[in-house]
Design a protein around this ligand. Sequence first.
Ligand code: SF4
Length: 442
Amino acid sequence: MKKYFIKTYGCQMNQADSLVVSRILDEAGFKNVKNLKEADVILILTCAVREHAERRALGQIFSLSSLKKKKRCLIGILGCMARTLKERLIDGCLKEGLFDFLLGPDAYRRLPEIIENKFKNYEDRPIAIIEEEKETYSDILPQINYEGIEGFVTIMRGCDNFCSYCIVPYVRGRERSRPISSIIKEIDFLLSKGKKLITLLGQNVFGYKNIENGRILNFADLLTNIFEKFSNLKYLHFLTSHPKDLSFELIEKISKLMKEGKLFKELHLPLQSGSNRILKLMNRKYTREEYYEKVKYLKELIPEISITTDLIVGFPTETEEDYEATLEMVRKIEFDFAYMFKYSERPYTKAREIFPKVEEEVKQERLEKLISLQNDITKRKNEEMINKSYPIIIIKVQNKESLGRLPNNKLAVVKEELEVGKEYIIKIIKIDGWTPIGEIIK
Ligand code: SF4
């Protein structure tokens, strides 16, 4: 029996993909191992969204070349970097012996066949398969080979938005949604395996669209169907979403589900920039005013909602004035948390052709100032929770401490061993760093 090892980089969609890959290989008679030295096939599931993640994956690929000299094994590169690596291979920028095959995110079904083939023709040149754009893996249930009560369901793949800084549409292809029936089947499967907190994944879940029996079903229809089938399901969550597709009608729908405790009272809504000029150059298709109105309405309906976001500083041509507009939005909205990045140039994207670029030192300065502002807000918002009580669902117990999720999806720690998957009521007694620390009330 051939053994395989997977190392996964990047987002939760890649983590979910790695479970699909595991299922495909397990059903073809391969065995998963946790130690790469034992493996006959080493798979690196890559991310190309930011240069940093790409560099880490490349470092790993280079470090594996010494292993390949010592034993007969295959190295396969999967995921978002497959396309760029294929081009680098063709134009001679990359040595051929580093890996044996490259498979894009829609070509994983081919893995067993490619592996068999490469073992038979070990010395052959690397194989590269990238484009198979209609794939949703909707008939493949993920392999549950991890602990815990959290489960992830990919509801759609690819993206049609072409934000000018983003590589995703070029490496993960056009947007496709899975049929509702296959999503429900997967949730059912995860619940039967003891998972309790389900996250729906997609590059832009609000763009979910599927035609069933001649009717176009959108994200709101998907939620309705899920809760009709699983009336006891609590704290569903979804990632990630595009502000332009968040209608006021959808805000009302999700707010109602949040009030009923069916969804976490949290929304991740990437703002990216607070400047309308930069948002236009980013091709984001909303203005800061529209974004603000939506957040304001959400907060009116659910005052305790946690709003998190993504922000980019140093996008090409960003002036001090544009940057100040971002800081102003951060102060005004008071995000509970933000993922903050310096603009990083990615292959194929339109933003590469936008000049002038912002100097590296300026980007760094802007990022540091933004992080400091947001950190203060995050801490202050968490401190507002002190002396209040909340239900908590425990997701992990480690070193005599329990980690759980609050209804606003924030993580909190209780300094005693509790039961994973069980709900308790805690009172937040202090904030340690940013982390709320709670004591059991019941
Ligand atoms: S919505 Fe924009 S940022 Fe998100 S994946 Fe699509 S192109 Fe990239």
